[in-house]
Design a protein around this ligand. Structure first.
Ligand SMILES: Nc1nc2c(c(=O)[nH]1)N(C=O)[C@@H](CNc1ccc(C(=O)N[C@@H](CCC(=O)O)C(=O)O)cc1)CN2
Ligand SMILES: Nc1ncnc2c1ncn2[C@@H]1O[C@H](COP(=O)(O)OP(=O)(O)OP(=O)(O)O)[C@@H](O)[C@H]1O
Length: 177
């Protein structure tokens, strides 16, 4: 799935990619409107960028946050501010000197998810640990290209935090979690 994500992203013309990412922002509009604090992520090359959606949330006057780590083995927390500092996982992150905020809408990156909301991430458990503390307080929406939602279900581990929905260019799929 990682290889597929990479090949697909590389195959997209830049203008189509921008249109698809804008479409996901449009699909998320009602959820963004209902939220107070929206978390997204600084995208990797092959990931669908949630930044247009985050920009939309900001334009609505919402507080927006991004993941950050004090060190490579630190727990992931969400902070306000632009991603201007080098993070330990090869991604830019907001300065970590402001206190962490708890989002009530989390746009979650993923490698794949199934129709039960089970999610496969980058395999470090960063999101599983961070989302554990937000369970019941936040809506968790996976973000990705359409093919990242798989029809086959896969076995969840006890620590996996299921998603409430998956947003892709073709639409929002809500799960019964
Ligand atoms: N955009 C984005 N931000 C995110 C995540 C993510 O999946 N996507 N994370 C989700 O948990 C956290 C960071 N976790 C990560 C865990 C592993 C690797 C990783 O293995 N990176 C490779 C190189 C990246 C690549 O293959 O493109 C490496 O460091 O060798 C990266 C981020 C928080 N921020
Ligand atoms: N709540 C938790 N408390 C302690 N350890 C955890 C917790 N959640 C996950 N882990 C650990 O994290 C490791 C990676 O988990 P997993 O392979 O499910 O990550 P992932 O969901 O793919 O990645 P991520 O959440 O970073 O996107 C597991 O070995 C697990 O022991």
């Amino acid at each position: 799935m990682r290889a597929r994500r990479k090949d697909y992203a590389a195959s997209l013309a830049p203008s189509l990619r921008i249109a698809l990412e804008g479409e996901v922002a449009r699909i998320l509009e009602p959820l963004l409107f209902a939220a107070k604090v929206v978390a997204a992520y600084q995208p990797m090359k092959e990931e669908l960028s949630p930044l247009p959606a985050l920009e939309m949330a900001r334009a609505m006057g919402k507080t927006t946050v991004l993941p950050a780590f004090a060190a490579r083995d630190s727990r992931m927390t969400f902070h306000e501010g632009d991603a201007t500092a080098a993070g330990p996982w090869g991604l830019l992150q907001p300065p970590i000197d402001s206190p962490p905020l708890a989002p009530d809408l989390v746009l979650v990156p993923l490698i794949a998810c199934d129709l039960l909301g089970n999610r496969i991430g980058m395999g470090q458990g960063h999101y599983d640990r961070a989302l554990e503390g937000l369970r019941g307080q936040a809506t968790l929406v996976g973000i990705g290209w359409d093919f990242q939602l798989l029809a086959d279900t896969f076995a969840a581990d006890p620590w996996d935090q299921p998603l409430h929905a998956f947003a892709a260019p073709s639409g929002l799929t809500e799960f019964s979690t």
